[in-house]
Ligand binder design. Structure first.
Ligand code: ZN
Ligand code: ZN
Ligand code: ZN
Length: 334
């Protein structure tokens, strides 16, 4: 049998994901909200805290949950990060279009339409009435149109307007907004379907727990198993001392070969048997084949809240396509 094994990235209802969703389902967290890190990136502190590294990138995990309809995504704000020092919170300012200096002052001036010159009032005034400082034509200053101009105190240039810019609060560097690092920040909340989905996963885990407890096992849920390269979260770990028997249980919506492979590797390391419950009632064909090869027991979690030995298999979905929205939200380093 030749089965390609995906990475752990696609694993969905991991113990970490269930823990994470519990924080929002029980109201201890209202939203998974982003924050800007010290190095100018974006993270989700609650997600980083709950998800172990083996669950992959926190933002990808949130996006997958949003694709599944478990979470919804909502726009929060845009953040601008200083390209120089990576600090968050740049402030809007205006600068001279010629030299980039922030030190510009808006000043009232007069225009002499025949020659087009613009100058301060004082330059039109002479002792014997008034004259244009450029073409020398005599003028009555009160007849000349007023114009407001921005005068740069650094280079002296006049302009009708200034240019919008962003100034870093930390290092005081001033940037063209196009050159600042722009993050489009999204928060994630739980959908009504997400509540149902989570409840089903937790109930299936509880069913697995009571089934094993009825058989004399001591059962720990949402615990960790030691492996050579670190601890691995598991949904359930059950031991029966008399027979020196161990079971590692997992619960998934629709187990795929990644879920089976992950369970197999942890169970092997713990010298335990693997039991995998499907809450949708089906598993992928490859997961089914792999479970047989690894001697992992597959069970169906029924609508009555029990576990049954029968389940269905269905064809592999095409590899999850990344939505264009995801591409857009990751970052735009412009
Ligand atoms: Zn003139
Ligand atoms: Zn200037
Ligand atoms: Zn800075």
């Amino acid at each position: 049998m030749n089965i390609m094994l995906a990475t752990e990235r696609s694993t969905m209802a991991t113990p970490g994901i269930l823990r994470l969703l519990q924080t929002i389902a029980d109201g201890s967290v209202e939203r998974f909200s982003p924050s800007i890190t010290d190095d100018g990136g974006v993270n989700y502190p609650t997600v980083e805290r709950e998800l172990p590294p083996s669950d992959g990138d926190p933002v990808e995990a949130l996006e997958r949950l949003a694709e599944m309809g478990v979470l919804f995504r909502e726009f929060q704000e845009k953040a601008y990060v200083c390209p120089e020092c990576r600090a968050d919170g740049m402030r809007y300012t205006t600068v001279c279009a010629d030299c980039g200096s922030e030190h510009t002052i808006e000043r009232q001036q007069r225009e002499h339409p025949p020659c087009g010159v613009i100058a301060p009032d004082a330059e039109f005034q002479t002792e014997n009435g008034g004259a244009c400082p450029h073409c020398d034509q005599g003028v009555a200053i009160e007849d000349l149109p007023v114009v407001h101009q921005h005068v740069c105190q650094t280079c002296g240039s006049y302009a009708d307007g200034t240019v919008g810019a962003l100034r870093c609060r930390e290092c005081a560097a001033v940037f063209d907004p196009q050159n600042a690092i722009e993050w489009v920040l999204y928060g994630y909340g739980i959908e009504e379907y997400g509540h149902q989905w989570l409840t089903t996963q937790l109930n299936a885990r509880a069913a697995l727990q009571s089934m094993l407890a009825d058989r004399g096992f001591e059962v720990d849920i949402d615990t960790a198993v030691r492996m050579d390269d670190g601890d691995r979260d598991v949904h359930l770990y059950a031991t029966e001392e008399l027979l020196d028997d161990r079971v590692i249980g997992a619960v998934h919506d629709r187990p795929d070969e990644t879920d089976v492979d992950r369970l197999h590797r942890i169970a092997s390391a713990a010298n335990a048997r693997g039991v995998l419950a499907t809450t949708s009632g089906s598993v992928t064909e490859r997961a089914d084949a792999l479970a047989q090869e690894y001697d992992i027991k597959l069970l169906r979690y029924t609508q009555e809240g029990t576990l049954a030995p029968d389940y269905t298999t269905d064809c592999e979905q095409a590899d999850r396509s990344r939505s264009s929205v995801f591409e857009r939200l990751t970052a735009s380093f412009r």
